[in-house]
Design a protein around this ligand. Structure first.
Ligand code: FE2
Ligand code: FE2
Length: 254
């Protein structure tokens, strides 16, 4: 990582922390943020489960077990965010109702992520499938995301106000931050099991640099759109969750 990357990492992560903390504190912007997290956390579950099966098939039981646990954690995180949205009488939009393209024929903004396009620049969608992805690409890229997610969630939780509803959400998000720390740690350990230490350092450094560049791409995209984020939420509680008493209890225990 060169000096510029290092400085931008500090400035960029500070800016992201500031923006997300502000969006979490404000009840106007909180639903969209929660919805984004719900989609990201729940969306990673099938990928992690498929990777766990692949690791088992390749004879790496240690990694298979860690990935399976990881998938369970992310499923729980998605449920926590869905529950928080439900309490605000909101839910994630139904993507089946969102057209693939806008009226101008451009792909709908909600279906692509300038951040991930830049983060995985040079890798085709095909090469990123759980059956094909290079293990080191998965381990390095996910380690950095988990490490930063841990810090970002902890900051966001602490930015929440002290009303009773927010206090519960704060506790849940702090528990998520702890889980993310565990994910970052086992992914680093998985790299250490496969590579000599100096190669691990280089791999982590490469993905840190990619993350900084991806943040820059994301900020650039946001400026182009005048800071407007496409909405990910709609009003109402999803039917399958409206009687979620068991789930309420489950979440209260988190
Ligand atoms: Fe998570
Ligand atoms: Fe995680």
């Amino acid at each position: 990582m060169n000096l510029f990357t290092q400085i931008f990492h500090l400035v960029g992560s500070g800016a992201v922390a500031y923006i997300t903390a502000r969006n979490m504190r404000d009840l106007q912007t909180r639903p969209n943020l929660l919805a984004g997290f719900q989609l990201a956390e729940s969306g990673s579950v099938p990928f992690l489960e498929a990777l766990s099966q692949r690791a088992a098939a390749e004879g790496d039981d240690w990694l298979a077990e860690k990935l399976s646990r990881h998938a369970q954690d992310e499923r729980k995180h998605g449920q926590i965010f869905a529950h928080a949205l439900k309490q605000l009488n909101k839910q994630v939009i139904d993507f089946k109702q969102v057209p693939q393209t806008t009226a101008e024929g451009k792909p709908d903004e909600r279906r692509r992520s300038p951040f991930f396009d830049a983060y995985f620049e040079g890798y085709s969608r095909e090469n990123m499938s759980p059956e094909k992805i290079d293990w080191l690409v998965f381990l390095g890229s996910t380690h950095i995301l988990e490490l930063d997610a841990c810090k970002d969630f902890a900051r966001m939780a602490n930015a929440l106000p002290d009303d009773p509803q927010s206090v519960n959400l704060k506790k849940s998000i702090l528990s998520i931050a702890q889980d993310e720390k565990g994910h970052a740690a086992y992914l680093l350990e998985a790299m250490e099991r496969r590579l000599p230490h100096n190669k691990v350092i280089a791999l982590v450094d490469e993905w840190r640099t990619r993350k900084v560049n991806a943040l820059l791409a994301m900020v650039g995209n946001l400026i182009q759109r005048n800071g407007q984020q496409p909405s990910l939420v709609q009003d109402g509680v999803p039917a399958e969750m409206s009687e979620g008493v068991a789930e309420e209890k489950e979440l209260a225990a988190v």
